[in-house]
Design a binder for this molecule. Structure first.
Ligand code: 13P
Length: 236
């Protein structure tokens, strides 16, 4: 059973998110699809969505606090209001665009682990590291596990090479299986691939050894494409 996750990033409004979530929900229900589907909308679009048990709404980010003086952030008090118990941590855009350090990421991870959240923890190397070979890539990726308790039972990993995110350049099947098998031999957790996954390649990628699903940005924002992505992986 593939895990299919949509990361909205800074896309969609309250209105379009509500219609997206309802449509995915109806699609899963009426086609009796058992994929685990997770949608990460913007925090402004959280709502009390009624969903089937295999559709979950998660947070793209939140601060490592219940509440407090952290201007611009949200904590678990705000997530609780919508019953959100799933969070993305360590996404490359948080690391490289928003400047989150490994130390901050590890603190956030500890906090959400202590609260029992399902954590989708992202790792992945930039282009210059990829170009220096598989050993360097793995070294870089393993450093992103510093301070992270990978024995946590409610953990899903997502390998998202930075050079493949939003670029249209998907990692090759060999790139994916090499990195996935290495990570899995150290950390036996569900492992998603992310980086330019789309309707046309999602099935092939999710069928690879060591790939348990996909974390998708761009191609998941169009409802018809996202439904097709789910359809294409429903029997894996
Ligand atoms: P794209 O699917 O747009 O490459 O983004 C991947 C991603 O960052 C998902 O978290």
């Amino acid at each position: 059973m593939a895990i299919i996750a949509s990361n909205f990033k800074t896309n969609h409004t309250r209105k379009s998110t509500a219609s997206f979530v309802n449509e995915v929900n109806e699609f899963l229900k009426s086609n009796d699809i058992s994929n685990e589907v997770i949608v990460f909308p913007t925090a402004t679009s959280f709502d009390e969505f009624e969903t089937v048990s295999n559709l979950t709404i998660g947070a793209q980010n939140a601060y490592a606090a219940e509440k407090g003086s952290y201007t611009g952030e949200i904590g678990t008090v705000q997530l609780d209001e919508f019953g959100i118990k799933t969070i993305l941590i360590g996404h490359s855009e948080r690391r490289h665009v928003l400047g989150e350090s490994q130390d901050e990421i590890a603190k956030k991870y500890d906090f959400y682990m202590s609260k029992g959240y399902k954590i989708i923890y992202c790792i992945g190397e930039p282009l210059e590291v990829k170009e220096s070979g598989l050993d360097k890539t793995l070294e870089y990726v393993y450093e992103q596990f510093e301070g992270i308790d990978t024995n946590y039972e409610n953990l899903i990993l997502a390998y998202e090479p930075v050079w493949a995110i939003g670029t249209g350049v998907t990692a090759t099947n060999d790139d994916i299986t090499n990195v996935h098998s290495a990570i899995k031999s150290r950390i036996p957790k569900p492992l998603l691939y992310g980086g330019s996954v789309k309707v046309a390649n999602v099935r092939e990628i999710c069928a690879l050894d060591g790939v348990d699903g996909a974390l998708i940005g761009t191609a998941s924002w169009i409802i018809e494409d996202f439904k097709q992505i789910i359809e294409n992986t429903k029997d894996l």
